[in-house]
Design a protein around this ligand. Structure first.
Ligand code: HEM
Length: 470
């Protein structure tokens, strides 16, 4: 028996090999860990022995995926909250700094985020300090919890371990704090429900999605484990011990600019229902209602995810440029790929907002909106960075021609995250004035870029067996 990779699994009746894998896999990869209050510490190791000793000292603070799943089950019956999440990742230069030879093999991981010019990221000199020099950035620790007090307590314990190892330096830290709307759903700074559509890896969660939400007949949320995990080459038994590539990008949001241009966009299109302008840019209304499913908001209990673009082949409900249509076409076409190949680009997203707000993101007021110092800490787990995060950013979001199956003009770049080469203006976009009426599609100027990449890196989150064996 080997670890199951080609399907989702039932964790409560996992095979012995799957259980061993889950006992050694860090949490938050196959199933989201609550982490509304989080701090990330970016680290440098001066020399291998002390770096390894430090990582070994973290072991009592690391829980496994199985521990996490059991905590969730216990919470349901006892209401006793689980323990904080501590996640640890290493960069390719981190492996070198620790003198570990069996480096995870993903080519993009080894080249680093700065190695792909097609991402069209801003000049590295404008990035936050910890990310400017990949030779110095060796590791990350994420400490997260639903509440600030337990997170701060755990953070203090980890900081004490760092202090006890003078060869370990904190290059910088980043706090993340979740935002919620009045329905209690998690939102990002532009005010839209985020984090709803995720690949699910456990059959228990897939059944719950089918029975307790809007269902799973139209959009299948079930994914094989190999979409998120890979063998850990530096663990004692790589065929039994697994890890995942962790993508981190700090994306600053100029909320005022985006909201101003949402309004301009609505006015240029001549929309009476101005909310629909933003919904067409994101693909969902602020409350999470998919714009391909209905012309107005209000379908948020639960937030739907059981939809595709089958009844919207001309992009007359959700335009082709809509952020969620660009980043997950849901089988509606892309470079002639099979649906299976297209689904292989998706990834579990574990993002978190950063920056504090004094206003209400959904109050409809534009003048009180922040222009900087708030944004999204985009975090995701990949098994193949080139085919997942980089493909999504480069071939879908940044590519004005995607999807190219569209008859007529190109859709344009993703209005939220699309990045073009420096100095290249965004082209025009095509949106329906009347919801569902292709005859009313109008060509108007795109909204300008309101998201700025402030730095990031690729990490590998090794198995717990790796840390035990250091
Ligand atoms: C500040 C930056 C970003 C904002 C404001 C943002 C906003 C959102 C929102 C509101 C949703 C809808 C919620 C959901 O369906 O779960 C969403 C979904 C999604 N986003 Fe983003 N996002 C950002 C960055 C990114 C990046 C960098 C990527 C990948 C390169 C990405 C990929 C996705 C994907 C794959 C989905 C799910 C689409 C689906 O399955 O229907 N996002 N995003």
């Amino acid at each position: 028996m080997a670890v199951t990779l080609n399907t989702s699994i039932h964790w409560t009746s996992a095979s012995a090999d799957d259980l061993l894998m889950l006992e050694n896999l860090q949490p938050n990869i196959l199933k989201e860990h609550t982490r509304d209050c989080s701090t990330l510490l970016f680290l440098k190791f001066a020399q291998p022995d002390e770096g390894k000793a430090f990582l070994r000292s973290l072991v009592p603070h690391l829980k496994s995926t199985i521990d996490h799943l059991q905590e969730i089950r216990a919470f349901k019956s006892t209401k006793v909250p689980g323990t904080p999440y501590v996640g640890v990742g290493l960069t390719a230069t981190g492996y070198a700094a620790l003198a570990i030879d069996n480096v995870p093999s993903d080519a993009a991981f080894q080249h680093g985020m700065q190695g792909n010019a097609d991402l069209h990221d801003p000049d590295v000199a404008t990035w936050d300090v910890p990310f400017r020099n990949p030779a110095q950035l060796h590791g990350v620790i994420i400490i997260g919890d639903s509440k600030l007090a337990p997170m701060s307590k755990k953070l203090a314990q980890i900081q004490a371990l760092i202090t006890a190892h003078p060869g370990v330096t904190v290059l910088g830290s980043q706090d993340g704090r979740a935002l919620h709307n009045s329905n209690g759903d998690g939102i990002e700074h532009f005010g839209y429900v985020d984090g709803r559509s995720q690949p699910l890896f456990f059959d228990e969660d897939i059944t719950a999605q089918r029975l307790l939400t809007d269902g799973a007949q139209v959009w299948n949320p079930a994914f094989a484990l190999q979409q998120a995990i890979v063998s850990d080459p530096a663990a004692p038994e790589p065929d039994k011990h697994f890890g995942s590539y962790f993508i981190f990008r700090k994306l600053e949001q100029n909320v005022k600019r985006f909201k101003e241009h949402e309004l301009t966009f609505a006015n240029t299109l001549g929309l009476d229902d101005k909310e629909r302008a933003g919904a067409m840019l994101l693909g969902r209304f602020e409350d999470g209602t998919p714009v391909t499913a209905q012309f107005a908001d209000g379908n948020h209990n639960p937030v739907p995810n059981n939809f595709n673009y089958g009844s919207d082949a001309e992009g007359s409900k959700c335009p082709f440029l809509g952020h969620i249509r660009k980043t997950n076409p849901r089988g509606s076409g892309g470079f002639g790929q099979s649906e299976e190949a297209e689904r292989a680009h998706l990834m579990p997203r574990r993002g978190l907002t950063y920056g504090l707000r004094t206003d209400n993101p959904n109050d409809g007021n534009i003048q009180n909106k922040p222009e900087k110092d708030v944004g999204l800490l985009f975090m995701a787990f990949n098994s193949n960075i080139g085919n997942q995060f980089e493909f999504t950013q480069v071939s879908w979001a940044n590519n004005p021609k995607f999807p190219e199956v569209v008859a007529g003009p190109f859709p344009g770049v993703d209005p939220v995250i699309g990045q073009l080469p420096k100095g290249t203006p965004r082209a025009t976009v095509h949106c329906p004035v009347e919801w569902g009426n292709p005859d009313t599609v109008k060509t108007v100027a795109s909204v300008p870029q309101a998201v700025t990449m402030k730095g990031g890196a690729y990490f590998f989150m090794p198995s717990l067996a790796f840390f035990h064996a250091l």
